[in-house]
Design a binder for this molecule. Sequence first.
Ligand code: PEP
Ligand code: MN
Length: 376
Amino acid sequence: MHKIKSIHKLECEAWKLPGFDMKRPVLIAGPCSAETEAQTLATARVLSAQGVKLFRAGLWKPRTRPGAFEGVGVEGLKWLQKVKKETAMFTGTEVANAQHVFEALKYGIDFLWIGARTTANPFAVQEIADALRGADLPVLIKNPINPDLELWIGAIERIHSAGIRQLAAIHRGFSTYGKNDYRNHPQWLIPIELHRRYPNLPLLTDPSHIAGNRMLIPQVCQQAMDLNFSGLIVETHINPDEAWSDAAQQVTPERLLEIVQSLHYRNASIGDTPRNLLDDLRMQIDDIDNQLIDLLSERMKISKEIGHYKLQNNITILQSRRYNEIIRDRNEKAMRKGVDPAFISKVFEHIHEASVLVQNEVMNARNNESNKQDRL
Ligand code: PEP
Ligand code: MN
């Protein structure tokens, strides 16, 4: 086992893919999973005709729940070879252990990425790093599923320490509890900080896994470009609705082209109109507001459940002891956090009022129903 020191400056080289230059935006596209040879090649052909040079396809799929499609494995490596032969695109796939690395290298895969679930596991990342020693190809490291910048950097350091210099980070958002607008919250602050610490490390955004649905993809792409990130990796499928994994978030190659052409590419150089601190701060505020709304929506759902419970158990909605407790507890917390308690009281008065209203609706729905029954 090699002793790895943390690194202040990453040595990064431009990717050595003949004929490909790393001009912004670097674009990687392809299906979440290679499903069949026909689907892989059909997607690749259209993407290539549109000028895409880097093709992605997952072969080993780490799935949250057992029973979902776990990828075609080694068989798909031959399909990627065919893609390369026929279209001259460079191909890449996700590796989650040493065996995947050996197989992918054996079949001449051009670039690799480490998935979010793997980045969160230093043992797995070290195993991959050891398997990569001596190899020279681009390795892209996705952020871990949890919002932990140090863990992300740790994984990048492990791969760097194995001698890999063609590096990049992929920002794919961070998971949160409950259903939100985003599948994985972008928390832009984290990739911004990574970029600040390692300005020479290319940083791509994966709008597909952030958004989790097609609608939000253009907006996430634009935000990444406004932050001067290096590029995008977008899940693209010849027939997205029929995809065996991540169907809701994949786009057709034609739609991808529309999205990429609709983006504004602002000039990053000083002297023009550079992105400024205010933009960064506003983006952080937007981020936090989105999280607040998601949380409030979760809170209201729970209030509704409480409404049902009170109805079934014949309890009044207003429980003043509980209400006083909430206000006292939130005030104390506000004080500890250096937030004006009067402000927090006001916020929670409104929240409580909304919660009472929701519970009222629950009770009255039943009342209205029984009134109707009585009248019949
Ligand atoms: C993927 O790229 O298909 C994937 C599994 O992504 P992530 O590791 O970001 O969840
Ligand atoms: Mn996917």
